[in-house]
Design a protein around this ligand. Structure first.
Ligand code: SF4
Length: 236
């Protein structure tokens, strides 16, 4: 098992990520997370949108007390904040809430109201991408809940890859899972899920940019509906 030192060289991390992506392609999600816990220790975290707590639950079993990073954009549904609070209360994880530099009111004052309707890329950059970049600075590796079946843009997601933008190892332990796999894991382990998933939403983001999905649409069709935008910039 490869164990890295604190502040490893970027080239070493990148090589490690690429090798692990090949080695772990057929590994189970718990095996991938056990590798992450052993390899990175406290320099590893999980990010969660609080759509559900599946990856946080898996990671807490591999590494009790694992950091779970949540981006509070100021635009979340109350149900999402409630899910975050419930995860913090009942799971063996350390929830870290990141916030943008500006409140929504401060952003409105500088850029005008409803920036999300006029320039969602800038709104996401200010309220998601930048805070995450700063929040991940102390880690070498981060885990996400990305799945290949969610949308065409996620079809090639590696289980372990290199995040060129942030120069970190990016781990997607459930990349190969289907929605049925997620549902089965939630049912078997009683994992917390966002109540909006029972109300017609299949992907939960900020309230102004999320709608319920229609019959036959892919899981992320309710995000930035009617726009060419499909990702917030966190996974590009
Ligand atoms: Fe702004 Fe919408 Fe992006 Fe949230 S998802 S940060 S409200 S543009």
């Amino acid at each position: 098992m490869t164990t890295i030192q604190a502040d490893p060289a970027t080239d070493d991390l990148k090589a490690l990520a690429e090798q692990a992506g090949r080695d772990l392609e057929d590994a189970s999600a718990p095996e991938i997370l056990q590798w992450a816990a052993k390899t990175f220790g406290k320099r590893f975290c999980v990010t969660s949108s609080m759509e559900d707590a599946v990856v946080a639950h898996l990671a807490s079993r591999a590494m009790p007390g694992v950091d779970v990073v949540f981006l509070d954009t100021g635009y979340h549904f109350p149900e999402t904040i409630g899910t975050r609070d419930a995860v913090e209360a009942v799971m063996d994880v350390n929830v870290i809430t990141l916030t943008p530099r500006q409140t929504v009111a401060e952003q409105d004052a500088e850029y005008g109201p409803k920036l999300h309707d006029r320039n969602p890329d800038l709104c996401c950059a200010l309220r998601k991408v930048k805070p995450l970049e700063e929040g991940l600075a102390k880690y070498d590796a981060w885990a996400t809940g990305l799945r290949r079946d969610e949308s065409p843009t996620r079809a090639n997601t590696p289980v372990v890859g290199w995040d060129e933008k942030r120069q970190k190892v990016k781990i997607s332990p459930i990349a190969r899972w289907t929605q049925d796999d997620v549902d089965a894991y939630v049912a078997e382990h009683g994992v917390l899920t966002n109540p909006l998933l029972m109300d017609g939403y299949t992907s939960v983001g900020c309230a102004p940019c999320t709608r319920r999905v229609l019959e036959g649409e892919d899981a992320r069709a309710g995000r930035w509906a009617g726009r060419a935008k499909t990702e917030c910039g966190l996974h590009e």
